[in-house]
Design a protein around this ligand. Structure first.
Ligand code: BTN
Length: 323
């Protein structure tokens, strides 16, 4: 019913409660109750005895009906579950996946109390301003190929940000999304698999979109940024999610058919790691060298000082100031 009311409000500039009720076969009181529910969800709807109801502004809450209106993707976001608060969207999505939810099911929350990042780190997830989304994937791949999924998700996040703003983000290997050298988005991939087959993957994306400056300065020792902070204006989170789902669906489809090699060029264009002298820190280990390429499997190729070539599977990239 909410969707029908919203559709009617989108089609007509003004519509009376009586006409809306007649059209949807409900009473005027029922219309009024639904309108109030929509207002609670952040829709700005005016009402006047002369002209009726009018939709002034849609909500920026990441409600399924908002995201699905105008969504081109057919698989990614085919089902969207929206929560006001969760521990982590990764937990909720994994539970849905265990219970058989289809590929493309997306779990979105307005805030997370235990948002998590790579390598056991947390992901600060304040209300209003961020995007916290986890998508269930069921690729017919071997477990070792899964490291390529966050790489292609990184391409999709960058393209979505480019479409929603004037900003040109860059990828720091493997999948930190940076703007002006500071992190605006992160990607976390969690997998359930047998030795040689994948059960499901939960792909989690966190984006600092309109997050308040006072919060941003406290994240990652001041090394995080929000898109609104860079652009100086509020960005539509709904549009950004739509762009991401569209871009990710295109990239994922190519990836499943042709493999990572057909997206490798896109990734290389967007990355900021290749060509730099870096230190890779993984657990207690550090390797220094010059990143000179990414291979067809998604491994970063590093040439050390003594000319040895290392294939890096995981780790954090730090500036190579000690070389
Ligand atoms: C990182 O850069 O360390 C990855 C951050 C991933 C954060 C997202 S927010 C949605 C999903 N739920 C989580 O708890 N984490 C991911």
């Amino acid at each position: 019913m909410r969707e029908l009311i919203l559709n009617a409000l989108r089609q007509e500039q003004y519509i009376s409660g009586e006409r809306l009720g007649k059209r949807l076969h409900i009473s005027r009181t029922a219309v009024w109750k639904h309108i109030n529910e929509l207002r609670k969800d952040g829709y700005k709807i005016s009402s006047s005895p002369q002209s009726g109801y009018s939709l002034i502004e849609s909500t920026d809450r990441l409600l399924p009906e908002e995201i699905m209106t105008g969504l081109e993707a057919r698989i990614m976001g085919r089902r969207i579950l929206h929560y006001t608060e969760v521990t982590s969207t990764q937990d909720i999505a994994a539970e849905f996946a265990r219970n058989g939810a289809l590929e493309g099911t997306a779990v979105i929350a307005e805030t997370q109390t235990k948002g998590r990042g790579r390598k056991g780190r947390g992901w600060v997830s304040p209300t209003e301003g961020g995007i916290y989304i986890s998508i269930i994937l069921r690729p017919n791949l071997k477990p070792f190929q899964i490291i390529q999924i966050p790489l292609i998700a990184g391409i999709a996040v960058c393209k979505a940000i480019q479409k929603a703003t004037a900003v040109r983000p860059k990828i720091k290997w493997p999948n930190d999304i940076l703007v002006e050298g500071k992190k605006v988005a992160g990607i976390l991939t969690e997998i359930s698999s047998e030795v040689d087959a994948v059960n499901y993957v939960v792909l989690g994306i966190g984006v600092n979109v309109n997050t308040d400056k006072s919060i941003m300065v406290k994240i990652q020792g001041g090394m995080a940024n929000s898109l609104s902070g860079v652009c100086g204006k509020t960005i539509s989170r709904v549009k950004l999610v739509q762009f991401f789902l569209n871009e990710f669906e295109s990239a994922y489809t190519i990836f499943l058919v042709d493999g990572f090699h057909s997206l490798r060029r896109d990734w290389k264009k967007l990355n900021t790691t290749i060509g730099s002298e870096i230190i890779i820190r993984d657990g207690g280990e550090e390797i220094e060298g010059t990143a000179f390429d990414i291979n067809e499997d998604g491994f970063l190729l590093l040439r050390t000082k003594n000319g040895e070539v290392k294939r890096i599977v995981s780790g954090d990239v730090l500036p190579g100031n000690r070389i």
